[in-house]
Design a protein around this ligand. Structure first.
Ligand SMILES: Cc1cc2nc3c(=O)[nH]c(=O)nc-3n(C[C@H](O)[C@H](O)[C@H](O)COP(=O)(O)OP(=O)(O)OC[C@H]3O[C@@H](n4cnc5c(N)ncnc54)[C@H](O)[C@@H]3O)c2cc1C
Length: 429
């Protein structure tokens, strides 16, 4: 477990959602069919679907549910992965490729319908995702993407410069793709709602319980914390950017970069109607992604790269707040009330990884900053797998745990990659 950051404590979401239920620590010896390490959306969606199907399950979380990226992200429900659908079919074959496309592109619909079904109050909206391009090559790529996705039967359309300005309130972009399936949520409310639903369905959820060891004891896996233990037939490690050394090599199989967000006070009057009037969410195409949305309280939340250390104030994010003022000059008078960050897990191939390093042990991580809808939508698939389902039926292929070379130098690598990406974006290549 990383001994750092309590950035979530300063996050806007924590203030808006209040303190929430405290799940008590694991104490004594317990036995379940499935034990899950990590109480983010991955762990809790799997736990909810397992409990709903009548399987006994325990979630063991080092802090409290939603403490990790799931409770402090940008709140964007974005369809898709880094690769286009045809590329995924070429990579994984028509059947598994199609299953992965359905999972990733229909993730927002799945998440929104689960929210409705469970009655989770989390400011959920479906006003679309905009992918915006500001320079020549990015515009060409975007047009090509729109054609390919339309060819696949997806509900996307190309916005020209003036339609993009009408949707965003800024004239920065030369074109954009609007995907009507996208939307947004208030993340901490979503993850807490899911924890409550899992608990009502019968899942045991433990907070303040860092799993310190995972041992094979004659056919069952035993997770130990400082005060208790859980024995289980099957285990899911769902720790994403907060992955530690619990399973050999797993921490080094992902790069845990920080993503940061700055938020304004609730904006009123003309400002509120001028900035993102469509109330879609947006991310920029390019090498260094900036993403933003106006939330249900009319705050602008803008996210992107920031310092590679925990932070607690928007003052430390002048790159984001300055950029926002360039997009909408009227923001020069606005107050930036919150700034925070959290860890996303990046993988070498830009895809999430499913591992099955020993019989009964699974790990799912590496969402590359696109995990809100995807991790939630993976819940039913994980539930089937953890009930003893076949790995071949899972939408992701199992891969070996492979530590990334020179992992220890990732903070330097991340700085170089950001610098390189910014140069490329500036040069339009
Ligand atoms: C600032 C930011 C903005 C983002 N914006 C978006 C966005 O707009 N849209 C989008 O799709 N994605 C976004 N993401 C990514 C998204 O939030 C993640 O992909 C997703 O939440 C991953 O969920 P998870 O459950 O796998 O991991 P997490 O939510 O990170 O949960 C992992 C949990 O594991 C726990 N843990 C770790 N080790 C142990 C241990 N040994 N014992 C017990 N518990 C342990 C941690 O305490 C943590 O709570 C963003 C991420 C960040 C940080």
């Amino acid at each position: 477990m990383h001994d750092d950051e309590d950035a979530s404590l300063s996050s806007l979401y924590r203030e808006a959602a209040g303190r929430g239920a405290d799940f008590s620590a694991l104490d004594g010896k317990h036995e379940v069919e499935v034990a899950i390490v990590g109480g983010g959306l991955t762990g809790l969606s799997a736990a909810f679907h397992l409990a709903e199907a009548g399987t006994s399950v325990a979630v063991v979380e080092a802090r409290q549910p939603g403490w990790g990226a799931s409770g402090r992200n940008g709140g964007q429900l974005n369809p898709g992965l880094k690769f286009d659908p045809d590329a995924l079919e070429a990579m994984f074959g028509p059947e598994r490729g199609r299953a992965l496309v359905d999972l990733a592109w229909l993730g927002p619909d799945f998440t929104l319908s689960l929210i409705r079904r469970l009655g989770i109050d989390c400011d959920a909206r479906q006003n679309g995702t905009i992918r915006a391009a500001s320079h020549g090559r990015a515009v060409d790529i975007l047009k090509h993407t729109v054609e390919k996705w339309q060819h696949y039967g997806m509900p996307v359309r190309l916005l020209d410069a003036s339609a993009t300005t009408a949707a965003t309130g800024t004239d920065r972009y030369r074109a954009a793709m609007l995907d009507l399936r996208g939307g947004d949520v208030s993340p901490l409310k979503l993850v807490r709602g899911l924890a409550a639903a899992a608990s009502s369905a019968g899942a045991a959820i433990y907070g303040d319980s860092e799993v310190k060891s995972l041992t094979d004891r004659s056919g069952s896996w035993v997770l130990e914390t400082s005060r208790g233990s859980v024995a289980a037939k099957r285990v899911l490690i769902a720790t994403n950017g907060y992955t530690d050394d619990l399973w050999p090599g797993l921490r080094r199989s992902v790069i845990p970069v920080f993503s940061a967000i700055a938020a304004t006070e609730p904006l009123g009057g003309r400002q509120a109607s001028q900035i993102m009037p469509s109330r879609s969410v947006l991310y920029e195409s390019g090498n260094i992604t900036v993403y933003y949305r106006m939330d249900a309280q009319n705050r602008l939340l803008i996210g992107g790269r920031g310092p590679m250390r925990p932070l607690f104030s928007a003052d430390l994010l002048p790159n984001l707040t300055g950029y926002a003022k360039r997009l909408w000059p009227s923001l020069s008078q606005a107050t930036w009330t919150h700034g925070w960050n959290g860890r996303v897990a990046m993988t070498g191939d830009h895809l999430p990884h499913l591992h099955n390093p020993a019989e009964g042990v699974f790990a799912l991580l590496g969402y590359n900053g696109r995990g809100v809808a995807l991790s939630t939508a993976l819940g039913p698939h994980l539930a089937k797998l953890l009930q003893g389902g076949a790995v071949k039926d899972f939408p992701l292929a199992v891969s070996p745990v492979e530590p990334i070379a020179f992992h220890r130098f990732w903070p330097i690598g991340a700085k170089v990659a950001i610098w390189h990406g910014r140069m490329k974006d500036r040069l339009g290549i």
